[in-house]
Ligand binder design. Structure first.
Ligand code: ZN
Length: 287
């Protein structure tokens, strides 16, 4: 069992958002073929299934979404930077996030009080860790693997040529030229994301991230400097499902969850996030 599951937060249902849509490639999307010797292979967001059709692992979309939000928050205020990843924060800046070392110290200090340990980890984690998880924290966001939409897939990959960049020297080596495959522009994938038990502010942050995707500000894959990996997400808000604990009885009786169809409702959650930035994380209420 993951450490985060011990939290009071996760022990009961508070709320759940489910939203679906279509992710369309605006430019070619480079694919990881598995057999390539490119050193950047593991950055590639698309892979092939057993039948040779492309699909996008949900984990890679989630990773890109998280990195994008973290970059925005860091731009807003360096103290909002995340420490759970390998990138260090600027020297001398006190950030609102935990390193593995901090977590080890907390575990030693609260070894007989798991509830207090969970509270401390929750309180001191940054916004992106709270929403997307950390090695010591369960994620509230789940993105399913994105299968290709059959009627947009014509069983043709593009072949492009590329030059592998040496990660250490950041130069192109002599022998590192290679061909790679790409999914053509106009290919569409089915998108589905679930957010469980977010605070109002965390829901706002998740919705802000989705809006960035909807507006085409987030690219997939490492080759975006060559114009690859531009995507557009079209979400079906009319069919989204927002279910809270108070509605469970009606839900069990067969009533469908409400949709977050009204944009002003979604904007309200962004505002809750901005207010929580002002007022501090601990004041955030469950959505
Ligand atoms: Zn963090």
């Amino acid at each position: 069992m993951a450490a985060g599951n011990q939290w009071i937060d996760f022990s009961r249902f508070h709320s759940r958002l489910r939203v679906t849509g279509r992710l369309r490639t605006e430019t070619a999307l480079r694919i990881g073929s598995g057999g390539s010797d490119s050193p950047t292979e593991h950055d590639l967001p698309v892979v092939k299934d057993l039948r040779g059709r492309p699909y996008i692992p949900g984990s890679s979309v989630k990773g890109v979404l998280r990195a994008h939000l973290e970059r925005l928050l860091r731009g807003l205020d360096e103290r909002l930077a995340c420490l759970s990843t390998s990138r260090p924060a600027k020297a001398g800046v006190l950030t609102g996030c935990l390193t593995q070392g901090d977590v080890d110290a907390l575990k030693a200090a609260h070894q007989n009080d798991p509830d207090e340990l969970a509270r401390q980890i929750l309180k001191r984690s940054c916004w992106t860790c709270s929403l997307f998880g950390a090695p010591w924290l369960a994620s509230k966001v789940m993105i399913r693997d994105l299968p290709v939409i059959e009627e947009t897939w014509f069983e043709r990959y593009l072949i492009r040529d590329g030059v592998a960049i040496d990660r250490d020297t950041e130069t192109a080596g002599n022998q590192l030229k290679y061909d790679f495959e790409a999914v053509p522009a106009g290919t569409e994938f089915t998108f589905e994301m679930v957010v469980e038990n977010p605070s109002e502010a965390e829901l706002g942050l998740a919705l802000l991230g989705l809006r960035e995707f909807e507006q085409g500000h987030i690219a997939l894959g490492g080759a975006s400097s060559r114009g690859l990996g531009q995507v557009c997400l079209e979400l079906d808000w009319d069919r989204s499902e927002w279910l809270t604990a108070g509605q469970l009885k009606a839900y069990f009786a067969g009533q469908p969850p409400q949709a977050l169809a009204d944009e002003s409702v979604r904007t309200g959650y962004w505002k809750a996030f901005l207010a929580a930035l002002e007022n501090g994380k601990e004041t955030a209420e469950h959505a």
